[in-house]
Design a protein around this ligand. Sequence first.
Ligand code: ASP
Length: 327
Amino acid sequence: MALRVTAQAPKAPLLVIHGGAGNITPQNLSPEEELSCRMELKRALETGWKILQNGGSSLEAVVTAISILEDSPHFNAGKGSVLNRAGKVELDASIMEGKTGMAGAVAAVTRIKNPIQAAVLVMQKTPHVLLIGKGAHKLAKKNGLELVPNSYFITPKQKKVFQKLKSKAQKQKKDGRVSERKFPSQPEIKGGTVGAVALDKEGNLAAGTSTGGMAYKMQGRVGDTPIIGASTWAENNLCAVSTTGHGEYFIRGVVAYDIAALMRYQKLSLSQATQNVIQKLTEKGGQGGIIAIDSEGNIAMPFNTPGMFRGYIRNGGELNIEIFADE
Ligand code: ASP
């Protein structure tokens, strides 16, 4: 039997990013803060876009865009991350590539400047998916990633948020209103976890997410961000997903994989599948948002919070950045 080879038409590349969902409104985001965030998102999109346009991989575009946002003090990932109850930063990140189905992640790391790059090392250089603690730091160091003191990540803004949450918690404890099972409410937190999903010219999908987690979390708490299937999922010919929000709800809902499963088994469109999981999240009391793309280049960016930093670049450089719900 003759083998018929059909050449695959190159795909129109696409990059979508988020900078976290949360209590983000025009009233509580200063014009200066808003401008800085928009500029950083634009820089991340344009830099990732160049890679895709030059024939680079979706994996490379995702890691580059996320690394830029990790280095920015405006987002809750890398520099600028929230502090835990011990006044320290602990970082989580994950990456997945749709072509191979391979994935890597690090959790609760304290000295790796760009955790997303360490997640790539776990995927490419180890037989494992998730590394924590000494092993993660050792792998990063051995492969030339920059290690920094924990103080590098701590900004004056996040220190202030920490002090506020600490006095709130102390007051609640004094009043006997404290519950170990509840995070203190976090109106100060305006989002900030970062993530990216991309489709390259070869039709390969990739997804990644990076975070400092929830403010005033317990030491050692790990959220959804480094959990493959909860926060990050990429599968060629289906979808790529990155989430942000109250991680415990995303873990329990296996949100990123749920989107893929709804598309595969129930044949829902990307838009239907993402709306479906946001609805379930809302019903359970969880807050957050999602960025997702499918292999045809469709985009979905739903969320149930007042705002979510989000943007995309496609079609020869058409760029769009939005923050608030009604944009
Ligand atoms: N999902 C992150 C976590 O729970 C936080 C966020 O996205 O804001 O660690």
